[in-house]
Design a protein around this ligand. Sequence first.
Ligand SMILES: [Zn+2]
Length: 252
Amino acid sequence: MQLRSAQVYYLPDHRDAAENYALAADLALPFVKEWFGQPREKVQLLELADRDAAPFESGSIVLTPLGKSDSALARLNAVHQLTHAAFYSPRPWIYEGVAHFMQAAYKEQDNGRQAALDFMGLHRTAVADAETSYMQHLIEAQARRDLEWFFDDWVYRDRGLPDFRVQSAYPRPIVGGGFVVAITVENLGSAGAEVPVTLRMEGGEVTKRVQVRANSTGTVRIEAPSAPQEVIVNDGSVPESNTSNNRFTIQK
Ligand SMILES: [Zn+2]
């Protein structure tokens, strides 16, 4: 069977179901075209003989049993495959993320905003399981830093928020004038983060970043050409449970 946007390979007695899918793909096509233009290729569906088999996809090809799915569901599935056929990214979370986003957007058009939110809620866990650890490794490869703690605290386990305070700040005069200030930041919360630390001094300020894991401390050294006065941890860019303890006055 060959229609405008999908090619379906089906078992001899499943012609109706195959036609339903092909029609669903044609009906969903204008929506996908509006976003990404004409798909570069046809969507291909290969029917699996085992009715209980889990669907499997590779790009715009999907292998799935052809049951009696209703038209709305068939169109929703077709949106996913058509998006793959029209939009490619070598980054799996973008490639899959865009296809899922398009399904949510289609659902919103069909059934309203709440339906779209419900759809995303259904997929959130599966998507996080399947794709986030891969994303973590890609980001690590780029950043060449161990970010496992970050994903653990913020993505996988949702440990709440950090709570930073400046535990100590010790200025030490250096040869030729000025100071080096050793600043220790404590994180009282159970999620770690990299946080900016600002040292204010006579006539200016310097900001550096320090990584502070959950329930531990991190130290940063900042040079000050003039007398250091105050340390402020977190400029508001890192979500935090308590910001009333973020300032520290340096004693003369
Ligand atoms: Zn996909």
